[in-house]
Design a protein around this ligand. Sequence first.
Ligand code: ZN
Ligand code: ZN
Ligand code: ZN
Length: 278
Amino acid sequence: MSVTLGYAEPLDDDFDKEHLPSKIGGKPRWLDPTRPLSVDKVQCDECTNPMVLLMQLYAPEDEPAEAFHRMLYVFICRNGVCHKASARRCMRVFRSQLPEDNSIYTAQESEAAGSCSDDEDDMSWSLAEQVRPASVCVVCGLSGSKACSKCHAQFYCSRAHQVADWDAGHRAQCGNTHPQMSKSAVYSRKLQHMMYPELVIVSEEEDASKLEASNADYDDDDDEGSDDDGEDNEGIKPEDMALVPVTGEKVEDSEVDVDRAFLLFQRRIQKNPDQVIL
Ligand SMILES: [Zn+2]
Ligand SMILES: [Zn+2]
Ligand SMILES: [Zn+2]
């Protein structure tokens, strides 16, 4: 089975022009910029502060047709105390998708592609001319439904981020005619630090030669000759696995399968320890 590996790398100069990036940190880039997510959807259940973007993944699908463009967003609370209380209450994942026929994007063949290519991978997408992106929070990029009451030129998702921006530097620049222009380097850096550092996720096919040496150890498909699962698996027994079913009900088999799949997944990614996502 061929697997795609993702590596986190520094941004290059063209990254700002990328509408459909896979990336870690920074502010979200919305698949549909006219409808950014609102803050009430990503409030931490523990501390009630807005969560911030951990990563977004561009993961288009051929089927179903409405997922022609598909973006996954992972939000997380930056307050470590919340994670100790309950990881589930301070993380959230969203999926956003668009069919090929939509009013947001127009396709262009990217410059690198040859003239005879009509491969989707060689297409680049730009916003259609009539698209007017909605206002977003200057701090976190969520829907900016509130504006600074003095200058009405800066938008926020929440009171918390208005206060944070005021302290970071808006206090000094509020009321300037071109507030975006006058942001000092220190102010910009303070805003950046409220998000996770931004890195692009670059994906590539797994290097098959790295697998060959030990593939037979855990490849499910070629052990038909052996009598059962597990024992040719370098001594890993079901009870050593990370998640053990707590009851003996019907679901047990499928849960063991999930454990096994996860274990195989872990072993596989260990061969490429730098990569961040499969
Ligand atoms: Zn929290
Ligand atoms: Zn915000
Ligand atoms: Zn202002």
